[in-house]
Each structure stands twice: as C-alpha cells, then as structure tokens.
Design a protein around this ligand. Structure first.
Ligand code: ZN
Length: 137
C-alpha cells in the first residue's frame, strides 16, 4: 500500500470515501442502472465511516447540485464564446445556451452523485490513519 496521501480533488472525482479516500462511496461504479444511481453502502468498506451521517442527511445536496449545474452552464457558455465566438447577429447565443443546458441535463446523474460526494466532504475530514485505526479495534 502506498504511503502517499490521495489528493482531495482526485478523491472527490473518483467518489472515494472522504475519511480514508480509499473506499467507494457508491455501491456501483457506473451510473447505470439509473435506479441504483445513488445507492450507497451504510458504511465505508475500508474505514467504517458512515455514508449517511443522519437520516435525511443528503437533503441538502439539492443546493450543491444546483450550484454545480449553474457553474457547468456558465462554463459551457463561456467555452463556446471563446471557441466559436458569439454574436447578436446570428443565433449563436441560443445555440450556446442550448448546448450548455443540454449538457447539464445529460450530466445530471453524474452531477447528483458528485454533489453527494462534495456534501459529505464538507462534514467528514480526511484521516490518514482511518484504515489502520479500525483494523486495530
Ligand atoms: Zn473510508
């Protein structure tokens, strides 16, 4: 096992447990089938960190997912602006808007997962000894 600490951003995007950054936060790696999209284990398989700290804990993820969606739409819009340019003389504003809204809808399952991950990361701090501590008990 490596002694290197996994980086925060990499762990978030790989959807790893916030405490040990090794266990998986979701029971399936893929977002399909969609009905199990948000299925999480009760506890992290590596460090026993609870995945749902209290009942209804993930209610607040709506705000995170809203912020992510807005950020994604803005980023796509700006990217389109830089790459293709934008003008009032044609429909490019609407095309750019359409692409960014479409993309944010397509990515919604992934964004829902990501917002849960980010939300849990707000509450649970990384503990480099998390796995060793539980195995000693
Ligand atoms: Zn863990």
């Amino acid at each position: 096992m490596s002694t290197k600490h996994p980086s925060l951003l990499a762990s978030i995007f790989k959807m790893k447990c916030p405490k040990c950054r090794e266990g998986e936060m979701f029971t399936q790696n893929s977002i399909f089938p969609l009905k199990d999209l948000l299925t999480m284990p009760d506890r992290c398989e590596k460090c026993q960190q609870k995945m749902e700290i209290e009942v209804g804990f993930y209610y607040g993820t709506g705000y995170v997912s809203y912020a992510l969606t807005v950020a994604l739409i803005a980023a796509t819009f700006i990217a389109y602006w830089i790459l293709f340019g934008m003008s009032y003389n044609d429909n490019s504003v609407f095309i750019a808007l359409g692409i960014s809204v479409g993309l944010s809808i397509l990515l919604q399952p992934w964004l829902m997962r990501l917002s849960r991950v980010i939300y849990l990361y707000f509450f649970v701090r990384y503990d480099k000894d998390a796995i060793n501590n539980t195995s000693q008990k």
